[in-house]
Write a protein that binds this ligand. Structure first.
Ligand SMILES: [Zn+2]
Length: 468
């Protein structure tokens, strides 16, 4: 029975390879021609292999298979002095193992300085995972020569098919990155690629590293800095975003001044020079970090954060007033919370008439609401002088309003007025960052059981950093 199964396996495989040849038709390319010739030795090997009932069939190492070896050399993108020595099919394991060898006598390049050196010896054999061949997991095995450099000593050469510490070929990594970015989830990608969770992470980490290296020369005029709660309780992460390309530049744990400063180290000194403005909330540690790291950039306080502070003040005024009214049995404000917070432009006709009636009742919350609505005018000015004049008028009205929550927000805005006015020059907000926040939220939800912040960062940069 065992023999029969192996036989079927071989025939199936040979059949697939032959059908590959058919695609070429007349006028085949050299690569396809190689496949055509490859089919014959395969059939011969088939007979040799299953009769003896071996666990694996060997299809290489003999001169008749040089076309097959050439074919694999082309697929791997390798050339002299590297060559394919053997191709081994391990049917029960559904594996193809390709052994690569160095043509001895060739000089070896020192990985440090690139000098052609004599060969000292070979490093122990290593294995790399490559793209599957017809759904057969394909592995590359090789012993890499070690160069004997007069300056740098004995060093293992770099191989052209993989990165120095990589366990995968460059082609496999590229393919895995594409699958990961296209898949609905990392676990789905793992299943498609036949790799584990840890491996997927390793591939993402390396892709992110390569991307970060490439990014070092890009100009970044408009950035955003924002916090986001992370995990349970009071832990936060801080994000630096590129507002123009809608991508996360980097992320650190916490939202302290130290964390914020560390975050800026992701930019090269040259890149910091290109920063013109940073959109940020009125959060002192962030402001200090920006002043220190990019002193020439304008700080622009975010109009969405400002609007949210004003909204909270309106809500506090409403809660207090509702309590006072209820104490007298007056239910005027009952169930009205959302009306004071939503944009009236989106109201239904019923909401509009209900709100219109409430607004005219000389309520405290109606005054707070009017102050909040009026402030939106500030962002529409083009001239700084007019915006200043407007703010002065608005502030003096608010400070006489006797609505404590609103007065407090007014004072905060007054303290930061200079960095509110910068909006008129740059027109940037963290709306992009908010959009990325929701994408990050998805990553967080999918990544329960994340062991460390480092892994979380890798994922954020992989999926939101536009690095791959
Ligand atoms: Zn050297």
């Amino acid at each position: 029975m065992q023999e029969r199964e192996e036989l079927l396996g071989w025939k199936w495989l040979a059949g697939r390879w032959l059908s590959l040849v058919d695609w070429g038709g007349p006028g085949v390319t050299p690569l396809r021609a190689g496949l055509r010739y490859a089919a014959a030795p395969l059939r011969r090997s088939e007979v040799l292999s299953w009769k003896g009932g071996p666990v694996s069939g060997r299809v290489g190492g003999m001169s008749m298979d040089t076309e097959l070896q050439k074919h694999y050399a082309l697929l791997l993108g390798i050339g002299s002095p590297w060559e394919v020595k053997t191709v081994e099919l391990k049917l029960p394991e559904k594996k193809v193992e390709i052994e690569l060898g160095w043509q001895w006598g060739q000089s070896a390049k020192c990985p440090e300085c690139g000098r052609a050196c004599s060969i000292h010896d070979s490093a122990p054999e290593r294995t790399w995972r490559h793209l599957d061949t017809m759904q057969f997991a394909t592995l590359i095995r090789a012993r890499t020569p070690r160069s004997d450099c007069p300056e740098h000593g004995v060093k293992t050469m770099q191989v052209p098919w993989a990165e120095p510490q990589g366990r995968f070929t460059l082609l496999f990594e590229r393919f895995a990155v594409d699958v990961l970015t296209a898949s609905a989830s990392v676990s789905q990608a793992c299943e498609l690629l036949g790799i584990g969770w840890e491996t997927a992470h390793e591939i993402m980490r390396r892709a992110v590293e390569r991307g970060l290296e490439r990014r070092q020369l890009e100009a970044l005029p408009h950035l955003g800095m924002d916090e986001k709660s992370f995990g349970r309780g009071q832990s936060y992460i801080t994000l630096l975003t590129d507002l123009e390309q809608a991508r996360v530049l980097d992320v650190v744990e916490d939202r302290t001044a130290e964390a914020a400063q560390e975050l800026w180290q992701t930019l090269s000194p040259e890149q910091k020079q290109t920063v013109e403005a940073v959109a940020v909330d009125m959060w002192e540690p962030f402001i200090r970090a920006i002043e220190k790291e990019v002193p020439d950039a304008d700080i622009v306080h975010d109009k969405y954060h400002v609007s949210s502070y004003l909204g909270k003040a309106v809500d506090q005024v409403r809660r207090q007033e509702h309590k006072e009214l209820m104490a007298q049995g007056d239910e005027t404000l009952k169930g009205s919370r959302q009306l004071w917070l939503d944009n009236p432009e989106n109201f239904s006709p019923e909401q509009r008439s209900e709100f219109g009636a409430l607004k005219d009742l000389h309520l405290k919350v109606a005054r707070a609401w009017a102050a909040k609505e009026l402030f939106s005018q500030f962002w529409r000015y083009q001239e700084e002088g007019w915006a200043r004049r407007f703010f002065k008028g608005w502030y003096s009205w608010v400070s006489r309003s006797q609505l404590k929550p609103l007065v407090e927000v007014g004072q905060m805005l007054k303290r930061h007025l200079e960095n509110l006015l910068t909006y008129l020059n740059h027109h940037i907000t963290n709306a992009v960052t908010e959009g990325l926040n929701s994408k990050i939220q998805g990553i967080k939800a999918a990544a329960r059981g994340f062991r460390s912040f480092r892994n979380y960062r890798t994922r954020i940069l992989f999926f939101c950093g536009k690095l791959v």
